[in-house]
Each structure stands twice: as C-alpha cells, then as structure tokens.
Design a protein around this ligand. Structure first.
Ligand SMILES: [Zn+2]
Length: 136
C-alpha cells in the first residue's frame, strides 16, 4: 500500500516543497503524529480545517468534538472532501482517510463516534490548516 500511495501522490510534488519533514512523514508516508501533540486538539472555534497540502476544505469547526483520543476528531466530513481505503498496517484493519484532491494521508476513521453519524475521524493535526471564521 505504501508504494501505491507514493505512486498516487508522486505527481503532486507541488505541495511537497511546502511542507515540513514531519508533515511529509505523516501525509506522504502515512505516519502518525505523537498523541496530544497538536495544538488543534484544543481548537474549538468556528472555522474551516483545510488540507495542509492542497488547501482543500475538509472539515468545519462544528464537525469537531473532543474525543479524548489525542488527535483532532470530527464526527463527519465535508461532502466529497476525503476518500477512504482499508489499511492493514500494524496488524490492524483500519479505515485510512486521505484528501480526495491531493491524496495526502490525514488519519483514520473509526466506528465509535458520537451520534448521529457514529463516526470518529481521527486526524493528524499536522495534516490540517485551521482558519478561524472572520467575526462579523
Ligand atoms: Zn489535499
């Protein structure tokens, strides 16, 4: 799968030059940031979370909730913003989540989220760029 994702993303080197080594480790090589490391864990303002690679909007602030899992968590996603793929790495079967536009790895989705969706999008903060809503 690693090779496949590299294959899928190799034409998207425009964003590779704009990201930090840690972002590339997560977003291109399917790494995971250390739990609790992202300042976005504590971000609860309204605004938009976009892909750090291509700036495609992925989540709105009101889709976020505090899951206590150590990573920013959302119970749903902007329509069509992400794609999923079954991930068999680390001897687990998980559902991998990546940006539908640039294919950057974002995190995983688990079926233990809150109602009404029951989904928990567990997303690496380094894969996201948060833009606070302008106050009116
Ligand atoms: Zn993207």
């Amino acid at each position: 799968m690693w090779n496949k994702v590299t294959e899928k993303t190799k034409n998207d080197f425009i964003w590779l030059s704009n990201l930090s080594p840690e972002q590339l480790r997560v977003m291109r090589d399917h790494g995971t940031e250390p739990p609790g490391s992202s300042p976005l864990n504590y971000e609860m303002r309204s605004g938009t979370y976009s892909c750090a690679g291509c700036h495609s909007p992925l989540f709105h602030g009101d889709m976020k909730y505090d899951s206590g899992c150590g990573w920013p968590a959302f119970f749903t996603v902007i329509d069509g913003a992400v794609e999923t793929e079954i991930d068999h790495s680390h001897h687990m079967v998980r559902t991998e989540v990546h940006c539908s536009r640039c294919k950057a790895h974002l995190g995983h989705v688990f079926p233990d989220g809150p109602k009404p969706t029951g989904e928990r999008y567990c997303i690496n903060g380094v894969s996201l760029k948060f833009k606070k809503e302008e106050s009116e």
